[in-house]
Design a protein around this ligand. Structure first.
Ligand SMILES: Nc1ncnc2c1ncn2[C@@H]1O[C@H](COP(=O)(O)OP(=O)(O)OP(=O)(O)O)[C@@H](O)[C@H]1O
Ligand SMILES: [Mg+2]
Length: 303
């Protein structure tokens, strides 16, 4: 992150000014870095738009769906836009830490110390190369956290308690969760105002989504994210049902296949069509259809 460089045009886009205004305010034409963003905002009097403080969780029990890539880029972009952001890496892989330019292994303390030993969050927070973007790093020490949380009182609320009063220091707290069930992710769910679920359009990602909905649903409004909590109690459960039904409809209506032979190739074709699946796919393609994406309501995909 320390070698990130901006052109005057890009800085101008970010702060909503012209390149000439940027060059005038910073007194040079190039060689701009992340540290120039704050000075530029102050000189041009362009503070970020006010936004209520949020804790936002990126979670999917399925691995490799883009949680870390999206959440760390998002945290960086928020900081670029002038917000004070705290990224908390919950994953012992330490990938969010790495994405923000730090090496998890060199830190002695992580969220483990905060949740288990009640070390104040500020003491494990480090600054990154982007002004306004702070990080609670993760490393292998995080791998035993579920076990360590198990016997503790209030074990599901420790992260929420640790984050109390965060809004005085940060506008956004971004949580990058590991792909697992367990007490740590339960803590994250309890602490979050918003839940972002990156999904891949494939069968197993969809199944991960189902597991996630099943985990959230029985816990009701108390554990539901902000949007659901704002609903009157009698609407909350139907809302969870509606979201789930919508996702199920959308995903079952769209079957993505990896190629002519792979993916769903083993599924039976429509009754009465003796042509092998690959031949039918080629036929579909000649008619202008896509080989990777089709609605199951079309005869070719009815099974
Ligand atoms: N927009 C993208 N386009 C292409 N590949 C991507 C994109 N975003 C992420 N990837 C790749 O997908 C893989 C998984 O991404 P990432 O590590 O962010 O997922 P994750 O959900 O955090 O994984 P895990 O569950 O292991 O924590 C990585 O190899 C990453 O480089
Ligand atoms: Mg990850």
């Amino acid at each position: 992150m320390h070698n990130v460089r901006y052109s005057a045009k890009r800085l101008a886009e970010i702060v909503g000014a012209t390149p000439k205004q940027v060059e005038g305010a910073l007194g040079r034409k190039d060689g701009f870095g992340p540290e120039d963003l704050r000075a530029l905002r102050e000189k041009l009097r362009r503070p970020p738009e006010p936004f209520p403080a949020r804790v936002q969780l990126f979670l999917n029990f399925k691995g490799g769906t883009g949680k870390t890539s999206i959440s760390s880029s998002y945290a960086y972009r928020l900081a670029e836009r002038g917000y004070r952001v705290l990224m908390i890496d919950l994953d012992s892989q330490g990938h969010a830490t790495k994405c923000l330019g730090e090496e998890g292994g060199r830190f002695e303390r992580t969220l483990h110390d905060v949740l288990i030993r009640k070390v104040p969050l500020e003491e494990v927070t480090v600054h990154t190369g982007m002004p306004g973007l702070d990080l609670v790093p993760a490393n292998l020490a995080m791998s035993t956290i579920d076990l360590a949380l198990m016997p503790l009182a209030g074990r599901e609320f420790r992260l929420r308690n640790a984050l109390q009063g965060f809004a005085t220091r940060h506008d956004f707290v971004i949580l990058d969760a590991p792909p697992s069930f367990g007490l740590l992710n339960l803590n994250a769910l309890m602490a979050a105002n918003d839940l972002v679920i990156p999904v891949l359009a494939d069968f197993l990602s969809y199944d991960g989504l189902r597991l996630l909905f099943e985990t959230i649903q029985p816990r009701g409004a108390r554990r539901a994210p902000h949007a659901l909590r704002r609903l009157p109690p009698r609407h909350r459960r139907p809302a969870v049902h509606q979201v789930r039904a919508g996702v199920e409809r959308g995903l079952t209506d769209l079957r993505l296949r990896r190629g002519l032979e792979g993916g769903d190739g083993h599924r039976r074709g429509p009754a009465g069509d003796p042509a092998p699946r690959a031949a039918r796919d080629r036929r579909g393609r000649r008619r202008g259809g896509s080989v990777t994406c089709a609605r199951p309501s079309t005869p070719t995909f009815r099974s």
